[in-house]
Design a protein around this ligand. Sequence first.
Ligand SMILES: C[S@@+](CC[C@H](N)C(=O)[O-])C[C@H]1O[C@@H](n2cnc3c(N)ncnc32)[C@H](O)[C@@H]1O
Length: 255
Amino acid sequence: MPTLALPTISNRTGAPVGPTVSAPSPEKHAFVHKLFTTIAPRYDWFNRLASMGLDIGWRRTAIERGTVTPGMRVLDVCCGTGDFALLCARRAAGQGTIAGLDFTHAMLEGAARKQRHERLNVEWFEGDAQALPFADNSFDRVLIGFSTRNLSDLRRGLREMLRVLTPAGRLIILETGRPSTALMRFGYWLYLRTVARAIGFVLTGRIWPFTYLADSVKAFLPPPHMVRLLAECGGQAEYIPLSGGLASLYIARKG
Ligand SMILES: C[S@@+](CC[C@H](N)C(=O)[O-])C[C@H]1O[C@@H](n2cnc3c(N)ncnc32)[C@H](O)[C@@H]1O
């Protein structure tokens, strides 16, 4: 059974610095790839059941608050089975260009199946979010859903997403959140460690991917740290808590 060895968090002197961005990690890159290859066939079911359908509304809010409109060039980074990109394509009704990129082939297969079924216009790319195969200033909106915490080099990933954004563009980040009260936070972690893991096990017969997913939510950067990191990477971000902080939405301008 694979074990998750998340990198130690430290500054240049080696001293612990509290919740901050993890050091780049090839082990995490390979682990995350294996994880999503394993759960791809049941990913959509897990997402819907574990979030009790809330993710659908969060995606709509993200697109609305991020002012994604028909005719734009939109990139969904770490698109997985494509829910964000497909939502944009439905709204664009054939105008503009919508692209999705992910490094897990099995997740992209799921995305392409849904796209064919709905006959929507989306282009899929198999690639690394930390080395995007697009020119500078190529997209009006770049979206990333529930994936920043999975990047093995978050700083590099954020820089790449900002690089491919036009100067007037917006980077829209939707991520699992950090509820505002201690009681809600405790209930949320408990839910992830028990109910969500049980749902994952019933759907896939495996527990380790869902242990990682629960732990990665708990270990991820609190919102003020994420806003600061975005600023370091060249983005001015607004943080918008959704559903009492169960999800975090960040909308960043370049510069
Ligand atoms: C939790 S899923 C989110 C999928 C989708 N964005 C959604 O909202 O449902 C995380 C996705 O990130 C992808 N991913 C993780 N690291 C990546 C990387 N470095 N480059 C490209 N895709 C990556 C995984 O393959 C997986 O499909």
